[in-house]
Design a protein around this ligand. Structure first.
Ligand SMILES: [Zn+2]
Length: 240
């Protein structure tokens, strides 16, 4: 396989405007600019990932204007970004992703090789978003799929000292009892309501299968090995 080309990617959610979804994106391979961006420890990971993706997008539908691309990409879902990251990894580094694991039973080191062309994507239920739900407390809420703009907002809130879970709920909560909720409203939610909401998010939002089923070659025990695309290792083992 030749690296360094371009690739047309179909997004699971895409950019939705007036009920129409634009889901075709053309990306180019990463260069040193993106490697520097990705390994910049002064930037939060969400900024690095988004910067890389936006840099490498050459076209969304018919749109080629960079400023418009940046704005549209902010409305992509997290799973759109995951699909784009895998595509970038494929054309920039290759389809094969090697990682090292260890059997949790007998401790034998295991080398794994993931074929990125076989990765499955769980589709988001975008037609359901925003979704009205009744919480265990009886309160009514409207929730929506998290976008990349929301992810940036979550990261900013974290830097301001807000709790991770509060931020993650707040950015997806379009309405609570018919009103736009404040952070204080989200903190005041019953524990059970927040657990319920997280389950709804999981149902609504798709994603990439990030767990591998591994059988230990020595003791034959089976275990699940997670892998993460939001790490420098995913793109470049030598960038650490
Ligand atoms: Zn073992």
């Amino acid at each position: 396989m030749t690296l360094g080309g371009k690739k047309i990617v179909k997004l699971p959610c895409g950019y939705v405007e007036n009920g129409t979804s634009i889901d075709e994106v053309e990306v180019r391979a990463m260069t040193g600019v993106e490697e520097d961006l990705f390994s910049d420890r002064n930037l939060p990971m969400v900024n690095r990932l988004r910067g890389m993706v936006v840099n490498c997008i050459e076209r969304i539908g018919d749109v080629k204007d960079k400023a418009k691309i940046e704005q549209m990409a902010g409305k992509f879902s997290a799973e759109d970004q995951a699909v784009l990251l895998v595509a970038l990894r494929q054309i920039s580094v290759g389809n094969s992703y090697a990682l090292e694991s260890e059997c949790p039973s007998c401790g034998v080191p295991i080398k794994l090789d993931v074929d990125l062309t076989t990765i499955t994507v769980k589709k988001a239920s975008k037609e359901k978003s925003p979704l009205e739900v009744q919480l265990p407390s009886g309160r009514k809420a409207k929730v929506r799929i998290m976008t990349l703009d929301d992810a940036m907002k979550t990261s900013e809130l974290r830097l301001q000292g807000e709790g991770r879970l509060t931020a993650a709920v707040w950015v997806r909560l379009a309405e609570l009892d018919g009103k736009q909720p404040t952070l204080e409203d989200v903190k005041g939610l019953l524990f059970a309501d927040r657990v319920f909401l997280r389950n709804v998010f999981d149902e609504l939002e798709g994603g990439i299968e990030e767990t591998l089923k591994v059988t230990c070659p020595q003791c034959k025990r089976q275990f699940m090995e997670p892998f993460d695309m939001a790490t420098p290792e995913f793109f470049s083992p030598s960038a650490l």
